[in-house]
Ligand binder design. Structure first.
Ligand SMILES: [Zn+2]
Length: 344
């Protein structure tokens, strides 16, 4: 069974009149190859790994409609087309019961999502791109940032095409960017909230720079002036702990978080910043591990008189205000307030 649809240099008139028609035209995971002015090199763009993150595919549609030619070959992978098309449009991160595709880039590649991830890796391998950019949206509103597994000037250069903030994190979750370790410079770019016009615009502008620049990798020792956030720790919920978001305490839940908690995204919080309400002890409710595998819960949060506070000055990001994401993924990521890793 061939799951991927392969398309080469599609004409603007053949891709539908809007993004939804474009996705219906693709019908499933698709690989769109664009011939560059210089055909000796290839870059890769991956997007729509999550069906509810539209900015990347909207930008690609807009690019294809503009009938431009990239500087070098570009192989574009549009992954979770079926999840995106599941009504209402762009509402499903993945199809029901499917694994998160961006956790599937490590063996075993057994289920359908694993096989899709494996095919994406094979397509990349076949084209051997000089760089890979994986475009995402955050679930809540917020600023853009890049993520890579380790710091080097190539990752800096790639991220700076899109944004000025870089998270360095290697949690070994099976994300696509982890191939950077042994394959091609690969970065994740989160262009901002899935419903934000600014995010759609940034995806398009960044894509134009990525496709049209002669060089996207570092040519020497350039300081891109990126804001670095190193080795963030994820605050997760323990099993069977209930969580809700409300303006005041909800006694029927273990944890109530303030609905505006996402306003702290990338800002500093102090030990007096009330995040919500909870009944301790902290370790019964939450799980968190630092890079060394040690429990970090009490370095992140403390509960005093039923109120949940940061345990120390921290910078929080990827804060969700969606209880199902908080349960299935995490509540937020944290680094020390100067961007460095949280130490013991
Ligand atoms: Zn995503």
């Amino acid at each position: 069974m061939r799951r991927f649809r392969f398309i080469r240099d599609p004409l603007a008139i053949d891709i539908g009149n809007n993004v939804e028609e474009f996705l219906r035209e693709l019908g499933g995971p698709a690989c769109i190859f664009l011939d560059g002015k210089d055909t000796s090199r290839t870059r890769a763009l991956v997007t729509l790994q999550h069906g509810n993150e539209p900015s990347g595919v909207m930008a690609l549609f807009r690019w294809l409609k503009s009938s431009r030619q990239p500087a070098v070959n570009v192989v574009c992978i549009v992954a979770s087309v079926a999840a995106a098309l599941e009504p209402p449009l762009f509402s499903h991160r993945m199809l029901p019961r499917a694994r998160d595709l961006n956790r599937c880039y490590k063996p075993p590649f057994e289920d359908a999502q694993g096989k899709l991830a494996e095919e994406i890796l094979e397509i990349l391998h076949m084209h051997h791109p000089e760089a890979v950019v994986d475009l995402h949206n955050t679930s809540g509103s917020g600023p853009s940032f890049g993520v890579c597994t380790h710091m080097d000037r190539q990752h800096d250069a790639l991220v700076s095409i899109f944004t000025q903030r870089l998270i360095v994190s290697n949690l070994g979750l099976g994300a696509l960017m982890e191939i950077s370790e042994h394959s091609y410079p690969t970065v994740t770019v989160e262009v901002g909230g899935r419903e934000d016009a600014e995010a759609h615009e940034l995806a398009f502008e960044g894509m134009c720079r990525y496709f049209e620049a002669d060089a996207v990798l570092a040519q020497g020792e350039t300081d891109w002036g990126l804001e670095l956030l190193r080795d963030p720790i994820r605050l997760e919920l323990n099993d069977n702990i209930s969580l809700t978001y409300a303006e005041g305490i909800r006694e029927d839940y273990d944890i109530t978080l303030k609905p505006d908690i996402e306003h702290h995204n990338f800002g500093g919080v102090t030990p007096d910043t009330a995040l919500g309400w909870a009944r301790g002890p902290e370790r019964r409710l939450f799980a968190a591990q630092d890079a060394g595998g040690r429990c970090a819960v009490t370095r992140l949060v403390r509960i005093e008189d039923g109120i949940l506070y940061p345990a120390q000055p921290l910078k929080l990001f990827m804060i969700t205000n969606n209880a199902s994401i908080a349960s299935s993924d995490c509540l937020f990521y944290a680094v020390a307030d100067d961007g460095s890793a949280i130490c013991i």
